[in-house]
Design a protein around this ligand. Structure first.
Ligand code: GLA
Length: 339
């Protein structure tokens, strides 16, 4: 199924595609390859939309920049000083958050029109050609994102790409989840989270990793046992003060690398990925008007962004987001729902 999702200021028509499978229904738009909605049953069979989004393509342009449901690339998260070395070449990106780069700059992939490649009842593949020099990165990159709904309640997002020069590839999806339903108007703080990761990255005041990998042991960052997100979020702990709550990268230690549960509805989401890191952002700065005019406020959605560690381009000791010319980039993340 497809429908009109609005006309952009440049006259381009955006489309919203619906896919179904595994007990789930999702909508995805070609504008920014956003995940717009995701309908999941609860324990009584009532279906709710559990991701935050906007009513039409223009909402994604005029929103307050929270990256709701966004496909982010070429490089997710932050780059200190908006510049780094790729081999012998200094790469200069736009500074769009103070001196630093966030999500590859103001011209993010989530603000581009993607092309429909293929679709079926259960999947959709979209393509973007990122030209040489795009966002400051070398080479022309041909990038694909596939959303599929699979048996047993799985939403899988796959990223594929190839570039004609050595470059960076570190794609993520920036959906905010509220397993009680996006429209509940309540903070997701009673929802329980498990993050098996043993280490997280403390950040400086600009949300850039200090370089330390710190054990979660004995800290409010310890989610190895299920814990309501709100239990420790306002604890007197420097990394929480600096980021106004959780907004940090955890190591991906095993699969699943995150489980989110809503005791109220009985919904659960287990995240598995081939990425080395997962950024857990508790929506500390959320302030958007979303689908159906619903306000999304403080901590009303939880982002779990699978990715390379933030600013990994400056930390050769961490897994590296570089790909060689002609090398196939592939990454995928599965979000498995039960209810
Ligand atoms: C971006 C990042 C999140 C968080 C917010 C803060 O959306 O992806 O992790 O840092 O900025 O506003």
């Amino acid at each position: 199924m497809k429908k009109n999702f609005g006309i952009l200021p440049d006259g381009t028509q955006a489309t919203l595609y619906t896919i179904t499978g595994g007990g789930l229904t999702a909508t995805v738009t070609d504008f920014g390859a956003h995940l717009v909605s995701l309908f999941v049953p609860d324990r009584n069979g009532n279906v709710d939309d559990v991701v935050l989004g906007y009513d039409d393509a223009n909402g994604y342009l005029t929103g307050n920049g929270a990256y709701l449901g966004a496909t982010v690339g070429r490089n997710a998260n932050r780059v200190k000083g908006a510049s780094f070395m790729l081999g012998d070449t200094r790469i200069r990106m736009s500074a769009n958050e103070g001196e630093n780069n966030l999500h590859s700059g103001p011209d993010g992939f989530h603000l581009r029109m993607w092309n429909l490649v293929r679709r079926g009842p259960h999947f959709i593949t979209l393509n973007l050609v990122s030209p040489q020099g795009d966002q400051g990165f070398p080479g022309k990159a041909d990038i694909y994102v596939t959303y599929s709904l699979e048996k047993d309640g799985v939403l899988r997002i796959r990223y594929d790409g190839i570039c004609d020069r050595d470059t960076v590839m570190n794609m993520t999806n920036h959906s905010y989840f509220n397993l009680a339903g996006h429209h509940r108007g309540e903070a997701a703080m009673k929802q329980e989270l498990i993050l098996p990761g043993r280490f997280f990255n403390p950040d400086d005041a600009e949300n850039i990793p200090t370089g330390e990998l710190r054990s979660v042991d004995g800290t409010p960052m310890d989610f190895r046992q299920p814990k309501p997100i709100g239990r420790d979020i306002d604890c007197d702990y420097d990394p929480l003060h600096l980021q106004a709550g959780y907004d940090h990268n955890w190591e991906v230690f095993c699969s699943p690398c995150a489980i989110l549960r809503d005791p109220g509805s009985g919904r659960e989401m287990a995240v598995s990925t081939d990425c080395p890191g997962i950024q857990f952002y508790a929506g500390n700065f959320l302030n958007e008007t979303g689908k159906g005019g619903i306000s999304y406020g403080f901590r009303e959605g939880i982002a779990l962004e699978t990715q390379f560690y933030p600013d990994s381009v400056h930390h050769s000791e961490w897994p590296q987001p570089f790909v060689k010319a002609g090398e196939h980039y592939h990454s995928e993340t599965a979000y498995k729902f039960s209810w």
